[in-house]
Write a protein that binds this ligand. Structure first.
Ligand code: N01
Length: 550
């Protein structure tokens, strides 16, 4: 284990106050805040430019499910006024343009090193510094080490036998080429029907000669109802951002547009319920899950909305057998629901076939296509919409070691025993912070809201301790234990943790299971984080160069 400054041979230029990983929503803002605070900070990004997942997720149909006007930073009134979104749900290219606009406006690129991965980060206890290595062999050091690696940045390509023998082209939605992929005249196979597959399938179907969709688990999808923004709506929005920001912060999901009402689904008659669901369904977006307050906590209430969506699938798909295959049977929203544009209608096309690979699993990829236990399918192009090793995947690619050489990967080896303090700090890993990762509400919310709050909290925390001459700050094991227990207790009262998906790690073969999302909501989370800050960062132990204070 490398633990001393001598072994790293860092040169002075590579010694920073703070190193940030990633140049997506998290990394860009963290870098901006640290720089504004006067720290010598640098971000390292594996891609060739800014954007994070929006740089790599260029698959056909890629859009965000959060509404544009709130899928942005809110820290700068000037930025809010200068940027104008064009449609209700922003497409990938527009979000990427936005992040480029931010990087240019705040001149962030001069402190970002692109095309560079951090491969290891070890805490040097002698010097209270993080010692890092990049994939080009450069050694770096920093007082603070902050991860903005992203929740969904490590792609999951299932270990199918024979992929290397496939004679056609294959792609993963999360690592899509920059040039257009031409599906014209091609027999295309898509594996996976999560949010990515649901968006890509209708677009690919329009171009391909034939599209075969290999579905293991159907997803609950409802219409996005995307539309261009009306200039008057934009004008009003820009005039009211301070109110919008207040609303977002008070909300559960970081959104003004889908807050939870306070009635139980079981209080209404079936007729009234139907009317309520229809209303939300017509509005589009993810608001359907907010129709009643107990849809995610009460099994019977959940069944009413699940059945409503199944009835919509039945109405949208002409062939009843195909419709039946597309109907999910698990709790609605226990797995991330999707928003679509003509997803179900795509199965009414002559050139689209749905294959259920739950009942007849994929056996292998062959030179000419794909074989299930029942049939063989000839394909020219294969698209993996098979998701991500979410949350921990990208962190575990880095050899992160805290005090005593403790490895983060080993500490978190058992998903059920994974612990953080407030989703931002880890006991045994001083001066190390996480953004938008485990045990925060990020996964279930409009991400930029949580990202911005966490970045500001981390920045304030660093500033506070610098002012007080504190050298290291480290989550206490008991604070971590309490936070994790709280996360679990809140989750156990809901249906969120009762599904099999990336929410629980179930999507990755062999990944330890554990439900790692704080489901208490954005407002409750902010309140808790603010309380900790107001109590002089209770739950952290601090040390100056000479002493340790608990
Ligand atoms: O990935 P997923 P995603 N054999 O994990 C299937 C965000 N996001 O990229 O469910 C056969 O949801 C898997 O089947 P199963 C968002 O948070 C947002 O679509 O495991 N199939 C599933 O159908 C989202 O939740 C947006 O049985 C296999 C699919 O692949 C998250 O990213 C857009 C398989 C993976 O679905 C991930 O979404 C895109 C196998 N061996 C992404 N392995 C928007 O905001 C996996 N599958 C719009």
């Amino acid at each position: 284990m490398i633990s001393t400054q001598q072994q790293f041979h860092t040169n002075q230029d590579n010694n920073f106050d703070a190193i940030v990983i990633g140049a997506g929503f998290s990394g860009l803002y963290m870098l901006y805040r640290l720089r504004e605070a006067g720290l010598r900070a640098r971000a390292y990004e594996a891609s060739a430019d800014v954007g994070g997942v929006w740089y790599t997720n260029r698959y056909p149909g890629a859009r965000c499910d959060s509404e544009s006007i709130i899928y942005n930073y809110t820290f700068s009134e000037e930025l809010l006024q200068e940027w104008t979104w064009t449609s209700r749900f922003p497409e990938q290219a527009e979000i990427l343009s936005y992040l480029n606009f931010v990087a240019d406006k705040f001149d962030l690129r001069r402190d970002i090193q692109f095309n560079t991965r951090i491969t290891e980060a070890h805490f040097d206890e002698m010097n209270n510094r993080w010692m890092l290595q990049t994939d080009d062999g450069t050694s770096l050091s920093a007082k603070y080490f902050i991860s903005g690696v992203g929740m969904h940045s490590t792609t999951n390509i299932p270990n199918f036998k024979g992929l290397e023998t496939f004679e056609g082209d294959w792609y993963h939605t999360g690592q899509w080429p920059h040039e257009k992929v031409d599906f014209n005249g091609k027999r295309v196979g898509v594996i996976g029907t999560g949010s990515s597959g649901i968006q890509a399938i209708p677009v690919i179907a329009k171009e391909a000669e034939h599209l075969t969709v290999f579905q293991r688990t159907p997803v609950y999808s409802t219409p996005a109802r995307n539309h261009p923004y009306d200039p008057e709506f934009i004008r009003e929005t820009k005039a009211n951002y301070s109110e919008i920001i207040r609303e977002i912060r008070k909300s559960r999901g970081g959104s003004i547009l889908r807050d939870y009402n306070d009635r139980s689904a079981m209080e209404d008659t079936p007729e009234v319920r139907l009317r309520e669901y229809e209303k939300m369904y017509e509005k589009g977006g993810l608001g359907l899950q907010a129709t009643y307050k107990d849809l995610l906590v009460n099994e019977a209430a959940n069944e009413t909305v699940s059945e409503f969506i199944r009835s919509k699938i039945s109405a949208r798909v002409k062939d009843p057998e195909v419709a039946e295959k597309l109907m999910p049977k698990y709790y609605y929203a226990a797995k991330r629901p999707a928003l679509d544009t003509n997803y179900y209608e795509t199965y009414n096309r002559e050139n689209v076939t749905l294959v259920d690979v739950k009942s007849a699993p994929i056996e292998s990829i062959t030179p000419k296509g794909l074989r299930t236990t029942e049939s063989e399918y000839e394909l020219d192009v294969l698209v993996f919409a098979t998701g991500y090793d979410s949350m921990t995947g990208s962190l575990f690619k880095i050899d992160i070691r805290g005090k005593g050489g403790m490895s983060l990967k080993e500490k978190w080896a058992d998903g059920a025993k994974m612990r953080t303090y407030l989703g931002m700090a880890v006991a045994g890993f001083p001066n190390f912070f996480l953004i938008a990762n485990a045990e925060s509400p990020a996964a279930l919310s409009n991400m930029p809201v949580v990202i911005q709050q966490q970045v500001e909290w981390i920045d304030d925390c660093i500033a506070y301790f610098r002012e007080h001459g504190v050298d290291t700050i480290e989550a206490k094991a008991e604070a971590e234990e309490d936070w994790s227990k709280h996360c679990k207790e809140v989750a156990d009262k809901t249906l969120y943790s009762k599904g099999d998906s990336w929410y629980t790690g179930a999507n990755i073969e062999g990944k330890p299971r554990g439900f790692l999302i704080y489901v208490g909501g954005v407002a409750a989370y902010r309140k808790k984080c603010d309380e900790v800050a107001a109590k002089a960062y209770v739950g952290f132990s601090l040390s100056s160069a000479r002493e340790t204070v608990s």
